[in-house]
Design a protein around this ligand. Structure first.
Ligand SMILES: O=C(CO)[C@H](O)[C@H](O)COP(=O)(O)O
Length: 235
């Protein structure tokens, strides 16, 4: 196990467990983020070892496609693929009903398309992501057309949220998504009805998609480190 940071270790083991679920001949939705990055790496390793054949990926972001190429996973698109057998993706919060907040990497719009189409959507998280109520630790990411940032900010404030425009790191100005839009991170003091809020927010003109994933997850794999030993459990 070495000296690997425990959070990284949890992410690695949960990524490995998700990659082990991929079968030969599958079309795989490839999520975004540091946990899914391990799953992508292990799918690539299984392909290279000949343990898996005929696997193609559908990336949920530019970053996922970069990683897939690096690890030798052939890619396809939703235009070409007749189905998605399994999608593997991370989350920023998971509640006891397996509802999620996603979008910490500003990729939630494409992620919802791909994860939502998958026959089986497997979520990979470390135990720090588990919450009793969504919105208690993480602000809700909302992708917004740049020309609509001001009115959408007002509408989200009227809903009781505190929106903040996500700013770039090592880049002046706001984060720009893969679609050329901006992201408002909206702090709520706990979300009582995620299904209703998901629809209400998406109904604001200028909103492309928000990070509430309600009723989409089929399985949540949780990485834990107990007494220095990494393990994976299902929810
Ligand atoms: O939703 C996401 C990207 O938009 C990620 O899946 C989420 O932010 C979790 O990332 P990580 O595995 O790095 O904690």
């Amino acid at each position: 196990m070495g000296d690997m940071d425990p959070v990284k270790l949890m992410k690695q083991e949960v990524g490995r467990a998700a990659a082990a679920q991929v079968k030969s001949g599958s079309i795989v939705g490839l999520g975004t983020g540091s946990t899914t990055a391990f799953a992508i790496q292990f799918i690539g390793e299984r392909l290279a070892a000949g343990e898996l054949t005929d696997v193609v990926g559908i990336p949920t972001s530019f970053q996922a496609s970069v990683l897939a190429k690096k690890h030798g996973i052939p890619l396809t698109t939703l235009d070409e693929a007749p189905r998605i057998d399994i999608a593997i993706d991370g989350a920023d919060e998971v509640d006891p009903q397996q509802n999620l907040i996603k979008g910490g990497g500003a990729a939630h719009t494409r992620e919802k398309v791909v994860d939502g189409l998958a026959e089986r959507f497997v979520v990979v998280v470390d135990s720090s992501k588990l919450v009793d109520k969504l919105g208690s630790t993480f602000a809700l990411p909302v992708e917004v057309l740049p020309m609509a940032v001001a009115p959408v900010t007002r509408a989200l404030t009227a809903l009781g949220g505190t929106p903040e425009l996500r700013m770039g790191v090592n880049k002046d100005g706001p984060v720009i998504t893969d679609q050329g839009n901006m992201v408002l991170d909206v702090k709520f003091t706990g979300i009582d009805n995620p299904a209703e809020l998901e629809k209400t927010v998406n109904n604001i003109p200028g909103v492309l998609e928000n990070g509430l994933f309600v009723g989409l997850a089929d399985e949540v794999l949780i990485g834990e480190v107990i007494d220095g030993k990494a393990s994976v459990r299902t929810m």
